[in-house]
Design a protein around this ligand. Structure first.
Ligand SMILES: [Zn+2]
Length: 715
């Protein structure tokens, strides 16, 4: 995942003389210009929490003054007096927001939470104020209309398009009544998203799995049984076992519980979340209202449906393009799933009586249980076998080494600069010629007050307008901190999915070479942003990396070839299930947003869609709508769940470009990836950038091959 900063779409990073004067007068350290080496450093050591609110208010006023100067200017709107002026506005606000988001994501305390509660609506309203500024939008429109005839460079034309598009997507082009209605819809939707999540949470709390004897949990790992006993005690049910109704509670039951009736009970509880028809937590009426409001808003904006609107400025462009990708993948995935189920059924049959009927009536609650048995039989790699070879420090070296091989970057430790937390580290990044390129901050460990997961971000974006600014990029992970003197040993998921993946987002910034910061690095469209990070994961598994860096922490011996081979072979394990599950969710998401304002019976819609896709009844697949929070507890993934598969198709196809040439470290292909994708950010539309790299549009066969699926019509 890649977290974008506040106002990322309109971010401007450069200083102006008037802003500097206002700063000097304010006396708030958060508003002071960043000083120190490398164009200035984020002053983490100067942050005092009570300064945030006044700093935000002053910084917003400063940008308001900058924008008022733009709209009051007498000369006709031009690129320079409107778009560039906007691009250079708001430096102080960006700086304050950068420090604020560090505190609200990795240094969380009750005090930061109180500030956040107060500031969130203020910042949201400020964002609306910017995009609803009529005179400002009128000027942008004028520059936009003349963008191709006013002697602008390609990058400048792109910047005009981005500003214009951001304003239009926020409703700036609507008339008075349209804007009023849009605001009312947005307000109501925000409430509905909260209500959806609240219902889900209430069901998760009440619909837990309560078991009377520990034998009911036979097969489940000790740690999970311990948690279940503790949860029971917490609920006043000492002596019983309670499984929380979330994925970390339920998945171990589906995967390991040998009692089929217990798995079935767990399954029914999990599937029922948010769907108790007529109950106080029923999400159906909420979903129906969300769908109707999304549709009305999209029509207001001039689009056929919400899906059309949502996909319009993404790489896919139309819902049909996204659907075509999903259909091409679904068919072979479902066929593969059939083979996977056959493998499982034969294990169930071999278990005879112990299979408790699963051999004859294989059901969704059997799927993970028998998948785990197949995994053990075919690909068994004990986590304990792998971990000693995966030391954080060595894997970090590997990550740097890849960046050197592919992009010519080198990393040099830096000390004595302010950091958000003493666990962190800072590295200077230099280019092939040894010239300073960027700084990279890394905060690897979990701790209280830090959000879970792993992510990438920037403290400052790259640009050359109106002066050169170098990147300050950052990665956060949540690895367990080892005892002093002990190495941090990782799982393979940690290495590829957290370390290399998030570093791939950082690399997107570190390679950025654009003029306008708004177009730099990861400021690209939603269905394309994961491509540079996904492809970085591919290098983690190369023999070069495993051979050189995956060495035993005690003996220094490299990972045995057999183990490395098993690791690679396991990549295609259960891909039928994984792919069909992801795509059926994506298809459901897209189809329900194509349904217009039809009165939908959600249960019937779900069943019809699942049947149309041809999903096998044996496997747990599409999420039920009542708990599909990706698309109903907010908007980020609505009509956008396909983005995962879309970016994976780009990744697989781009990776084959390396394999078709000299391999993963082919210098010419690496250079081309840098020149056409990594360095250009959003200066080029995503589809054009990909075509520039590959010499053609994306070919989905690469992803089929990658997942081990047969290619239709030979090849
Ligand atoms: Zn990501």
């Amino acid at each position: 995942m890649d977290r974008r900063s506040f106002l990322a779409s309109g971010a401007a990073l450069a200083a102006v003389a008037s802003a500097s004067r206002a700063l000097a007068a304010s006396g708030n350290p958060l508003l002071e210009k960043w000083v120190g080496a490398w164009d200035g450093l984020p002053p983490f050591d100067k942050v005092r929490l009570p300064d945030f609110e006044p700093a935000f208010r002053t910084a917003m006023d400063m940008q308001r003054a900058e924008i008022a100067a733009i709209t009051a200017s007498k000369p006709a709107p031009t690129f320079a007096n409107t778009i560039e002026a906007l691009e250079r506005s708001g430096e102080a606000l960006n700086n304050v927001a950068t420090l604020y988001y560090v505190h609200t994501s990795v240094l969380i305390t009750p005090e930061t939470q109180a500030i956040e509660e107060k500031m969130a609506p203020v910042l949201a309203a400020y964002g609306d104020e910017l995009t609803q500024n009529g005179p400002l939008f009128a000027r942008i429109k004028t520059v936009y209309a003349a963008r191709e005839t006013s002697g602008l460079t390609a990058e400048q034309q792109r910047l005009v398009w981005v500003y214009h598009n951001n304003f239009v997507q926020s409703g700036a082009a609507l008339d008075g009544p349209g804007k009023t209605r849009l605001a009312a819809i947005n307000l109501r939707l925000a409430d509905l998203y909260t209500a959806f999540s609240k219902n889900l949470l209430a069901d998760e709390r009440s619909d837990v799995l309560v078991l009377d004897t520990v034998e009911d949990l036979a097969g489940v790992p000790e740690a999970n049984i311990g948690q279940a006993a503790a949860e029971a005690e917490r609920r006043g049910l000492k002596g019983k076992w309670v499984i929380a109704n979330n994925s970390s509670g339920m998945n171990p039951v589906f995967t390991f519980a040998s009692r089929r009736d217990v798995r079935k009970k767990a399954w029914d509880l999990r599937m029922g979340l948010g769907g108790h028809a007529g109950g106080t937590t029923d999400n159906a009426p909420i979903i129906k209202e969300i769908l109707k409001l999304r549709f009305e808003r999209s029509r207001l904006m001039g689009y056929e449906t919400f899906a059309h609107w949502r996909v319009s400025d993404r790489m896919a462009g139309t819902p049909q393009n996204a659907i075509a990708l999903m259909e091409a993948l679904l068919k072979p995935a479902i066929a593969r799933m059939g083979e996977e189920v056959a493998d499982m059924k034969s294990i169930a049959a071999a278990e005879g009586a112990a299979a408790q009927g699963a051999d004859k009536d294989f059901s969704p609650w059997d799927y993970r249980y028998y998948a785990e048995k197949v995994r053990k039989a075919k690909y068994d790699i004990a986590e304990a076998e792998l971990r000693p070879y995966l030391q954080l420090d060595r894997m970090k070296e590997a990550m740097f080494w890849v960046a050197g091989q592919v992009y010519g970057l080198t990393f040099h430790p830096v000390s004595g600069v302010p950091m958000p937390h003493p666990d962190g580290e800072v590295w200077e990044v230099k280019d092939r010629a040894g010239k300073h390129r960027a700084l990279w901050y890394f905060d690897p460990f979990a701790r209280e007050g830090k959000q879970s997961g792993a992510w990438a971000n920037t403290y400052r974006q790259q640009g050359r307008f109106p002066k050169t600014t170098t990147v300050i990029s950052t990665n956060n992970c949540n690895f367990s901190k080892p005892a002093p003197g002990e190495p941090t040993l990782l799982s393979w998921g940690d290495v590829a999915g957290s370390l290399f993946h998030e570093f791939g987002h950082a690399i997107h910034h570190l390679c950025s070479d654009v003029t306008y910061p708004t177009l730099s690095g990861t400021n690209v469209t939603w269905d394309y942003v994961e491509f540079p990070s996904q492809i970085y994961e591919r290098w983690a598994m190369t023999p070069e990396v495993l051979g050189k860096f995956a060495v035993h922490h005690e003996t220094g011996a490299p990972m045995p070839t057999a183990l490395a081979d098993k690791l690679r072979a396991a990549r295609t394990f259960n891909q039928g299930f994984t792919t069909a599950r992801q795509l059926s969710a994506a298809m459901l998401d897209m189809q329900i947003h194509l349904a217009g304002d039809a009165d939908i019976d959600l249960v019937a819609f779900y069943e019809k869609e699942v049947a149309r896709i041809g999903l096998p009844k044996e496997g747990e697949l599409a999420p039920r709508l009542g708990w599909f929070s990706h698309i109903f507890s907010g908007e980020a993934y609505a009509a956008g769940y396909y983005s995962y598969a879309w970016a994976e198709a780009l990744t697989a196809d781009a990776w084959e470009a390396f394999l078709e040439a000299g391999g993963p470290y082919d210098p010419a292909v690496g250079q081309r990836l840098n020149d056409t994708i990594m360095s250009v950010g959003n200066t080029v539309p995503a589809a054009t950038a990909f075509r520039n790299f590959r010499g053609r549009d994306v070919n989905i066969d690469a992803l089929l091959r990658d997942r081990g699926f047969p290619i239709p019509n030979g090849a």
